[in-house]
Structure formats: structure tokens, C-alpha cells
Design a protein around this ligand. Structure first.
Ligand code: NAG
Ligand code: NAG
Ligand code: NAG
Ligand code: NAG
Ligand code: NAG
Ligand code: NAG
Ligand code: NAG
Ligand code: NAG
Ligand code: NAG
Ligand code: NAG
Ligand code: NAG
Ligand code: CA
Ligand code: CA
Length: 573
């Protein structure tokens, strides 16, 4: 029996890399995403705004996140709620003004919080003056977008190729005035920008400078993988037998529209540009949904100047059906593939484009993902609401506003709409959860707000909020810096992550993937001391901090998740 255990644990306990020392502020930090329409409304119109964010920055400071990134706040017709930009250098009046932005930055700096803006370089709104001039072929704007003649087949005009938009149907829309098709990877109101135009490239660099001059500490770059398309515009191969309608984005292999070589060079040109800006080094985070399936492509962004090529493993590759081994394989794969050099791992728990973590893994396991992001080396990225375990809000078809939901129709919207994860932040139990003084908000407040809200969670010792706060404190402390990382299977159903600096200094995360209790000999499997203390446990597990546990005979309740340590609890207080 012992032989069996030893063999399995040897196979299972691959020791994975430990990060080199870097002085950047984002090393071992948490970054918090704010969805501005839903964070805090300051003027009672039912939509969140900049003054609202400013009024709630104390909350972020208390959590001790290092930075926040804000989804787009720029002038927009709001066809895609801000991801369709009509002026990259001005604030939409719904959110406020440049003066409000100045106040926001000032408050953030006073709280030692870094400010990161969303940069949406792939496309603009069709209401952007550049597009209007491009239609009229006014130089140099004529070349700012991706225009192509149609194909005439049997005397009928057809789009130039078979490319499909992420939101379904052809990625090309005919413009009667210019008598050409324009490319759009999203809605037809979001024409694709053409980075083969030198003038356009210059304009976009100026956009970056505009905001760094206003105190911004870096950018999150939206949908970067789509920046360039193959200049020959070939048809993309059709994937056979997907069972999807032929107008669905996932029926094509996107070999000519994603991760083109020039895209990496574009990121590098922004890196170089930002490095010429005064002040501390600016952070660049890149959004690429390739996940573990296209890991090589994702990793390449590190070498072209991205500090945080978002790791969406917890969103795209793992879910409530994943087992301990799936988590181990995914975590090891990501860490082991980070290129050699001074690069940081990152772990995205949630965002505005997906179901909330409480839905993807179940309410009982919500804290586990933040625990994983906290104990693993590198940057944890959380989305507003994670810190209180917010849940998706069911919305009826007639309440649905997300274009991705609307295009899917009255049945399928339930599977595609991003609205459920975007409802207002639940601050307290007053009108509209304290989000707005109005009882009519742009998306309905989740009715569970009366019990599920920040104020309630602050007033008790055991809540998602108090747990998240301890997790952020653990990451930002220097206690795990220079520690090795081991991802260990403790049998089939328990995942262990050990951060070890020396025999006397370690933190251990244990997750029970069963919904029933299990007793494990963590001491032998993980080579850890016999008596350790609980640093934090998930809300489901509810073991008070400081509780001593005997790791040779450790009882984990169903779905349990705990971080134990060899530091004395008093030391950590
Ligand atoms: C964006 O708005 C600013 C301020 O109103 C204006 O000065 C600028 O010309 C606008 N940019 C474009 C490209 O229209
Ligand atoms: C892209 O770059 C890689 C290596 O840098 C090269 O092997 C490949 O041929 C390039 N692809 C195209 C389409 O130029
Ligand atoms: C997993 O999640 C899906 C959808 O969120 C749910 O229908 C299913 O019951 C869950 N399965 C388990 C094993 O929790
Ligand atoms: C929207 O749908 C809900 C439930 O399906 C219904 O109760 C409500 O009356 C509808 N509202 C409008 C404005 O149609
Ligand atoms: C919403 O507010 C209006 C105006 O203050 C009030 O008349 C109405 O009863 C409120 N509705 C709800 C559901 O609280
Ligand atoms: C609302 O929250 C306050 C403060 O957290 C609490 O004292 C009060 O009992 C709550 N009211 C209801 C109706 O839950
Ligand atoms: C807050 O984070 C900073 C690093 O960003 C860290 O130095 C500090 O110790 C943290 N404070 C607490 C109370 O955890
Ligand atoms: C981590 O290691 C580096 C390089 O050896 C050292 O300079 C630094 O002091 C260490 N930091 C901590 C917190 O142990
Ligand atoms: C950690 O455990 C070892 C072995 O049990 C013990 O000797 C040491 O004192 C502990 N260290 C701390 C900081 O509690
Ligand atoms: C821990 O548990 C093991 C197994 O039950 C037992 O033999 C050992 O004495 C316990 N250690 C302590 C310090 O209580
Ligand atoms: C991955 C992705 O699609 N990100 C954003 C890209 O832009 C579209 C359209 O503006 C947004 O809806 C997405 O959130
Ligand atoms: Ca408002
Ligand atoms: Ca593009």
C-alpha cells in the first residue's frame, strides 16, 4: 500500500517553477475589474458613472487590491455598451466628463490605487467621425478601416470571403455610399480599424499618450487577437460536423483572422511607445480568449511586451465538471509554458463577458477560485462582485439588452446574453442595493440583494468579503515571495497547492472536489508538518482562522477549501 501511495505522489507532485524577482508594482497583486455601468450611480439615472466609482474607491483600498481596470468609459452610441467607441479621447456624458475623470485619478492616487483603462483598438463605432470620413474616401481616413470590393457570383454581389462575425452572420457589411464592404468582427456598428495604415497607427498611439498624460498607469487591450487579418483575405476553413448553424462563428477555423504575426508586432509597438512615457512603467494586459488550446499563441504576447496576457483557464477550460487532475494539468501547463525571463503568471477569476464564477462552479465553490488565484504566484484578476459572491441575475427576454443576447432570440438569449453577470453591484439593503437612488436601474438589481450585499458581509466575521480580504492580504504580504510552487494530487479528489520557502515557511491550499467529506494524510502526500494552522477557509468550510489541524489525519468536509500555514496565527494578525 505504501509503495502505491509513494509512486502516485511522485507522479503527481511535479514541482513547478518559481518566479524571478521583479520590482514592478503588479508583481503578486490583485487587480479588480470595474464594469462602470453597474458599479455605482451618483446622479440617480440608474446607470453607474465616474463620480460613483470615485465615491466607492475606499472599498477597493480596504480590500487592498493594487489596481482597478475600468471597462470603456469613452464616447459611444452604446450599441455594445461602450465597446463601440465614437471618440477614444473623451468621456461619454453618461459616465461624466474629463474633469470627473481627473477627480477619479486624484482620489485613486491618494489611496495608492493604480488606474488601468480599457483600450479597444480593434474597431470603432460606425458613428466615429473617422468612419464617416472613410466612407467619403477623405484622405487619410479612406484607409482607416478594412474595405474590400464584393465578389460577383452568378451576377450577384457577395461578401469578399466567408469570414463570420463573433456575433453570427457575415463579418462584412455593404456600404452603399462607398460601394464596398467593410469588415467587422462584432456588430456591423463596429467597423474594424486597419492597422496597415501608418496614420491610423499614429492616431492610436496618440490615444495612449492622451490617457497616460492624465495619470493612467496602463491599459487592458480588448480583443487583441483580432487586430490584423491576413492581407490576402482567404476563406477560412470550415470545421466539419459542428452541429452549429452555418452562420455561427465557431464553424470556422480562424487561421486568417486571429493571432496574425503583425498583431504581436503591434503590441510591441505600443509597449515601446509606453516605455517612452514619463513616470513608472505602464502595465499592458492583453485579452486573448485562446485559453489553453492555443497556449503557444497566448504565451507569445509576453515576449512582445504584454505584462499580463490574460489567463482565462478558470473561465474557458475548467468548470464544475472538472476534477482535481484537470486543475493540476491546467495550472502546470500554464506555469510551465511561461517563457524564460522576468514574466508573471496571472489568474482571471471572472469578467463581464461570462457567467459569474458562482454559476460556473456553483455557489459552494465560488471562494475556491479566488483562493487558487491568491495562492498561486503572480497576479489575480477579479471582477466587481466576486468579493461578495454575487450571483448571476435571471433576466427575461424583454429585459435583455446585450447585443449578443438580442441577436440570439427569445430562447437562445439565455445561453449567450452577458447581462446576468452585469447587474448592479450590491452595496447594501436599501433602494436598488445602494447602487442608485432610483428604483429603476439599467439592468434589474438581483432580488437577493437584501441578504447578499457588502454591508451585511462586512458586519459578520465569516463572509465572502472577509475571506477575499484575507486572500488579498496573503498575496500582497511578502510571506510567499521566493517560495516554490507545487501542485499536488492528494488522491483522486483533493488538489493541493504548496508554496514552500523552507521547511518552516509554507502555505498550503487544499480543495476537496467531492461534495462529501474525506479524510486525507496531507502530511505524507505533501511532505508538510504534522500540526499546522488554518489561515483562511471558504465560506462553505467555515473553520475559524488559527484553528490547529493535524495534517496526518485531516478531515475535509464536502467541497471544502482551506489554506493552512506553518506561521503562527498571531504572527499573521
Ligand atoms: C474627441 O473629442 C474631443 C473633445 O470634444 C475633440 O476635441 C476631438 O476632436 C474628438 N476627436 C475626434 C477624433 O473626433
Ligand atoms: C509568422 O512568423 C513565424 C515565425 O516568426 C513564421 O514562421 C511564419 O511563417 C510567419 N507567418 C506568416 C504568415 O508570415
Ligand atoms: C454544473 O453547472 C451547470 C450549469 O451551471 C448545472 O446545470 C449543473 O447541474 C452543474 N453540475 C454540477 C455537477 O454541479
Ligand atoms: C416582461 O416580461 C415579464 C415576464 O416575462 C412580464 O411580467 C412583464 O410584464 C414584461 N414587461 C414588458 C414591459 O413587456
Ligand atoms: C419606485 O419609485 C417610485 C417613485 O419614487 C415609486 O412611486 C414606486 O412605488 C417605487 N417602486 C418600487 C417597486 O419601489
Ligand atoms: C439592512 O441592513 C442593515 C445594516 O446592515 C441592518 O441593520 C438591517 O437590519 C437590514 N434590514 C433588513 C430589512 O434586512
Ligand atoms: C496592501 O498591499 C501592499 C502592496 O500592494 C502591501 O505592501 C501591504 O502590506 C498590504 N496591506 C495589507 C494590510 O495587507
Ligand atoms: C527574494 O529573493 C531575492 C533574490 O534572492 C531577494 O533579494 C529578496 O530579498 C527575497 N525576498 C524575500 C521577501 O524573501
Ligand atoms: C513549522 O514547522 C516546523 C516543523 O514542525 C517547526 O519546527 C517550526 O517551528 C514551525 N515554524 C513556525 C514558524 O511555526
Ligand atoms: C496526529 O494524528 C495522528 C494520527 O491520528 C496521531 O498519531 C498523532 O499523534 C497526531 N499528532 C498530534 C501532535 O496530535
Ligand atoms: C473577446 C471579446 O469579444 N471582447 C470584446 C471585443 O469587442 C466586442 C465588441 O465591441 C465586445 O463585445 C467584447 O466584449
Ligand atoms: Ca449615473
Ligand atoms: Ca482587425
Amino acid at each position: 500500500m505504501l509503495g502505491y501511495v509513494t509512486l502516485i505522489s511522485l507522479i503527481a507532485s511535479g514541482i513547478v517553477g518559481h518566479s524571478a524577482a521583479t520590482q514592478e508594482w503588479w508583481k503578486d497583486s490583485f487587480i479588480y475589474q470595474i464594469y462602470p455601468r453597474s458599479f455605482k450611480d451618483s446622479n440617480g439615472d440608474g446607470i453607474g458613472d465616474l463620480n460613483g466609482i470615485t465615491s466607492k474607491l475606499d472599498h477597493l483600498a480596504q480590500l487592498n487590491v493594487s489596481a482597478f481596470w475600468i471597462s470603456p468609459i469613452f464616447v459611444s452610441p452604446m450599441v455594445d455598451f461602450g465597446y463601440d467607441i465614437a471618440n477614444f479621447t473623451n468621456i461619454d456624458p453618461i459616465f461624466g466628463s474629463l474633469t470627473d475623470f481627473e477627480l477619479l485619478v486624484k482620489k485613486a492616487k491618494s489611496l495608492n490605487l493604480k488606474v488601468i483603462l480599457d483600450f479597444v483598438p480593434n474597431h470603432s463605432s460606425d458613428k466615429h467621425p473617422w468612419f464617416e470620413k472613410s466612407i467619403k474616401r477623405i484622405k487619410p481616413y479612406d484607409n482607416y478601416y478594412v474595405w474590400k470590393d464584393g465578389k460577383i457570383v452568378n451576377g450577384v454581389r457577395q461578401p469578399p470571403n466567408n469570414w463570420i462575425s463573433v456575433f453570427r452572420n457575415s463579418a462584412w457589411t455593404w456600404n452603399e455610399q462607398r460601394k464596398q464592404y467593410y469588415l467587422h468582427h462584432f456588430t456591423s456598428a463596429q467597423p474594424d480599424l486597419n492597422y496597415r495604415s501608418a496614420e491610423l497607427n499614429e492616431e492610436m498611439k496618440n490615444v495612449l499618450t492622451f490617457w497616460t498624460n492624465r495619470g493612467v498607469d496602463g491599459f487592458r487591450i480588448d480583443a487583441i487577437i483580432l487586430a490584423f487579418e491576413d492581407s490576402r483575405f482567404p476563406d477560412e476553413p470550415v470545421i466539419p460536423n459542428t452541429g452549429l448553424p452555418s452562420n455561427d462563428y465557431n464553424t470556422l477555423r480562424h487561421i486568417y483572422t486571429q493571432h496574425q504575426n503583425e498583431t504581436y508586432q503591434l503590441v510591441q509597438s505600443w509597449r515601446k511607445h509606453l516605455d517612452t512615457q514619463p513616470g513608472s512603467k505602464k502595465i499592458l494586459m492583453t485579452e486573448s480568449y485562446s485559453g489553453l488550446k492555443e497556449l503557444t499563441e497566448s504565451m507569445k504576447y509576453y515576449q512582445y511586451g504584454s505584462d499580463v496576457p490574460f489567463n482565462f483557464m478558470l473561465i474557458t477550460d475548467l468548470n464544475n465538471h472538472s476534477k482535481a487532475i484537470d486543475f493540476k494539468r491546467s495550472i502546470d501547463k500554464w506555469i510551465n509554458n511561461i517563457p524564460k525571463g522576468d514574466y508573471q503568471a496571472n489568474w482571471v477569476v471572472d469578467n463581464h463577458d461570462n457567467r459569474r464564477v458562482t454559476s460556473r462552479f456553483g455557489v459552494k465553490r465560488a471562494d475556491q477560485m479566488t483562493m487558487i488565484a491568491a495562492i498561486l504566484p503572480g497576479i489575480g484578476v477579479i471582477y466587481n462582485g466576486n468579493e461578495i459572491g454575487m450571483e448571476d441575475t435571471w433576466l427575461s427576454w424583454n429585459e435583455t439588452v446585450d447585443p449578443v443576447g438580442c441577436v440570439a432570440g427569445p430562447i437562445d438569449y439565455q445561453f449567450t446574453s452577458r447581462d446576468p453577470a452585469r447587474t448592479p453591484f450590491q452595496w447594501d439593503n436599501s433602494t436598488s442595493a445602494g447602487f442608485s437612488t432610483s428604483n429603476k436601474t439599467w439592468l434589474r438589481v438581483n432580488p437577493n440583494y437584501r441578504t447578499l450585499n457588502l454591508a451585511a458581509q462586512k458586519s459578520v466575521s465569516f463572509s465572502h468579503y472577509t475571506i477575499t480580504k484575507k486572500l488579498i492580504a496573503l498575496k500582497t504580504s511578502n510571506l510567499m515571495i521566493n517560495s516554490t510552487t507545487e501542485v499536488i494530487l492528494v488522491g483522486e479528489n483533493v488538489l493541493g497547492i504548496v508554496r514552500r520557502k523552507s521547511k518552516n515557511s509554507l502555505f498550503v491550499l487544499l480543495i476537496n472536489f467531492l461534495d462529501t467529506p474525506i479524510t486525507i494524510d496531507a502530511m505524507s502526500w505533501m511532505n508538510i508538518p504534522e500540526i499546522m494552522s488554518v489561515y483562511v477557509s471558504s465560506l462553505e468550510t467555515k473553520i475559524p482562522a488559527g484553528t490547529k489541524v493535524n495534517t496526518s489525519k485531516l478531515l475535509l468536509s464536502g467541497a471544502a477549501s482551506i489554506i493552512i500555514t506553518n506561521y503562527s496565527y498571531n504572527y499573521l494578525q
